[in-house]
Design a protein around this ligand. Structure first.
Ligand code: GRF
Length: 207
């Protein structure tokens, strides 16, 4: 019997190592999902090259070529929908998602953040945590809502800060955990194990 695969549309602005971890998990069959399209706001994003290396349709939309944020997001939305996207995964997408894109995918859009939310939202959460001097940081996957790095949390992995760490070594260890956490959370959704209840996400343990 073939399992129905959850169709993912991934939004990425940069290097796309999280995208790669998702593609690899899909191809290995460890998650019941497939990346049906990759969309970027940066035509030079390495994420686009990663997608094309796996024969995944990949498109870039430059904000400057559109008269308004709404028109820009309308174009991205159309692209996601045309490729059958069921779940939007933000993977290093460096823009705040507006209502045009968010509303059609409310409850079906997730993001990964390199800190233990609600601590250190915003840009470079790993570096903020490092500068603050925390002893434990980590990463978070959460649903996207209309505030930055704010929606209900699906999963988190803690990463200890070690004596001798630098911002770079900590960032690297957090990124390694991101590459495990993101596919894991996608699989929870693919298996319908995730239910949003207000601020909380209930994760069922049934197989
Ligand atoms: C990751 O640290 C992710 O948590 C953050 O942006 C970074 C993207 O890295 N949102 P990559 O493009 O997936 O390598």
């Amino acid at each position: 019997m073939t399992t129905q695969k959850l169709k993912l549309g991934v939004l990425a602005s940069g290097s796309g190592t999280n995208l790669q971890s998702i593609i690899d998990a899909c191809e290995a069959g460890t998650i019941d999902a497939q990346v049906c399209v990759v969309v970027s706001d940066n035509e030079n994003a390495k994420a686009l090259e990663r997608a094309r290396n796996h024969n995944i349709p990949a498109f870039s939309f430059t904000r400057k070529s559109f008269g308004s944020k709404k028109e820009f997001e309308d174009a991205m939305l159309k692209c996601l929908e045309e490729h059958g996207t069921e779940l939007v995964c933000l993977a290093g997408y460096m823009r705040i998602v507006g209502a045009t894109l968010l509303e059609p995918y409310a409850g079906h859009m997730i993001n990964i953040h390199p800190a233990l939310l609600p601590s250190f939202p915003g840009l470079e959460g790993q570096n903020q945590a490092w500068e603050y001097g925390v002893k434990v940081s980590g990463c978070t996957v959460h649903f996207v809502d209309d505030k930055m790095d704010n929606g209900p949390i699906i999963g988190q992995i803690a990463v200890d800060v070690r004596e001798g760490d630098t911002a770079e070594t900590l960032q690297k260890r957090i990124l390694e955990q991101e590459h495990k956490l993101y596919p894991h959370c996608i699989q929870l959704i693919a298996k319908s194990k995730v239910k949003i209840e207000g601020r909380k996400v209930k994760v069922s343990s049934s197989s």
